[in-house]
Design a protein around this ligand. Structure first.
Ligand code: FAD
Length: 382
């Protein structure tokens, strides 16, 4: 253990919080700065599928006790997918290679906010909300000064940009690594559970012409918050829901350039000829909680100068959500960066620790982007 250096993490998303937990586990000093005013200021998404690699990274980040709470917190519904056409007739199709449904440790699905709450446990005093990263500068060869939004700054030994696809850390460190647009869009939301929406329970992949939708039941133990409380972990109650997401090209889906508009008229048009049950599931409610996002691909191939700044997760290797690899790769990054830092024997080794992490992260990110693209093509043909 070496506590002579300090790590600054920008972003309290899944990757940043997993890194923070992993550093805590390794006894390394850190602080996390998050732009949002609170963990629950906005829904950052709904269901998140965690594969074997993501589960392994989490198990290295926290205690076995936390790991068992994580496994109680996952959805109780089976994640195995049924492939259907838009009239709900079964079709022969293959899940993307990245979905692990049989054998080995299979994928589990968890509510994203629940996972973030779990990852906050025990580090509440080290995560600072309402503190947006602005820029950094070198103080000398080794230390950095990081400027935060409200005219505060912090001095640190290593800066990690875990600030997502629009990363400001990346914009300063490696402006050439800005993600590229693909022309594809993801629309997602949640609605009442299958039992009430008229669909059989489980996970359904709907293959349409030039787009695909996934609908997945999320069912949770009602006693989860009280069990977690008994272990010193504060989890909010989450009602069961039916998660859905749709992927296709902007052109095929008939979407405007401005994706901040109300999605419902577009969803109604996309699903106009679909089975009424599907149409109702997608178009249910008042539209709050539906998000439309362009799918962009990160550039982990672009190198940046050797030093004390690095990136993880979507900040450097954003990818299509259809492969279910983005968060898992961010968790793997967090575990491998923490391990590289824990192996150093002091401040003078930090640059080489980051270099070895960067090399492994670039290869992992590159492969995950390729697998996710292949999954997107298999499902939606885009
Ligand atoms: C609909 C959908 C479904 C998905 N499903 C899956 C799935 O099932 N499995 C999977 O593995 N992946 C999935 N993904 C991908 C996954 O969501 C991302 O890959 C993952 O969230 C990346 O984590 P991250 O920590 O790198 O970034 P983020 O989760 O984006 O977190 C970044 C954090 O940084 C903060 N931030 C941003 N700018 C600043 C700043 N200037 N200063 C301070 N803080 C800042 C943000 O507020 C945020 O909290 C899905 C994505 C979508 C859109």
């Amino acid at each position: 253990m070496d506590d002579t250096f300090h790590i600054t993490i920008i972003g309290a998303g899944l990757g940043g919080l997993c890194l923070a937990q992993s550093l805590r586990h390794a006894g390394i000093r850190f602080d996390v700065f998050e732009r949002d005013d609170a963990l629950d200021q906005r829904a950052q998404g709904y269901r998140i599928r965690i594969d074997a690699a993501g589960q392994h990274a989490l198990s290295r980040a926290w205690t076995p006790e936390m790991d068992s709470i994580f496994h109680l917190a996952v959805s109780q519904a089976t994640p195995n997918a049924r492939f259907l056409d838009t009239n709900l007739v079964p079709v022969n199709a293959q899940a993307p290679d990245s979905w692990q449904e049989d054998g080995g440790p299979h994928d589990v699905s968890i509510h994203r906010q629940t996972l973030r709450e779990l990852l906050m446990t025990g580090i509440e005093d080290r995560v600072h909300f309402g503190q947006a990263f602005e820029h950094y500068e070198s103080i000398d060869d080794d230390r950095l000064r990081v400027a935060l939004g409200n005219e505060t700054s912090i001095e640190t030994d290593v800066l990690v940009g875990a600030d997502g696809v629009n990363s400001r850390v990346r914009a300063q460190l490696a402006p050439m690594a800005a993600p590229t647009t693909t022309g594809a869009v993801c629309i997602y939301g949640k609605t009442t559970p299958s039992s009430r929406a008229g669909l059989p329970e489980g996970t359904h992949v709907i293959l349409a012409d030039g787009c695909a939708a996934i609908l997945e039941d999320m069912r949770f133990r009602s006693d989860l918050p009280s069990i977690a409380q008994g272990h010193g972990c504060r989890l909010s109650h989450v009602d069961d829901y039916l998660y859905w997401a749709l992927v296709g090209t902007r052109w095929r889906l008939g979407l405007p350039d401005d994706l901040s508009v109300d999605a419902r008229p577009f969803l109604a048009r996309i699903a106009m000829t679909w089975h009424p049950t599907l149409r109702d599931a997608l178009c249910d409610g008042d539209g709050t909680g539906i998000a439309m996002l362009p799918i962009r691909l990160g550039r982990p191939d672009v190198a940046w100068p050797r030093g004390r700044v690095t990136l993880l997760g979507d900040a450097i290797h954003a990818m299509s959500p259809a492969g279910g690899r983005g968060a898992n790769t961010a968790l793997e990054d967090a575990a491998s960066l923490a391990a590289a830092l824990a192996r150093t024997s002091g401040c003078r080794d930090l640059s080489s620790a980051l270099e070895s992490y960067d090399t492994a992260m670039r290869a992992r990110g590159h492969e995950a982007i390729a697998v996710s693209q292949a999954g997107t093509e298999r499902l939606s043909g885009v």
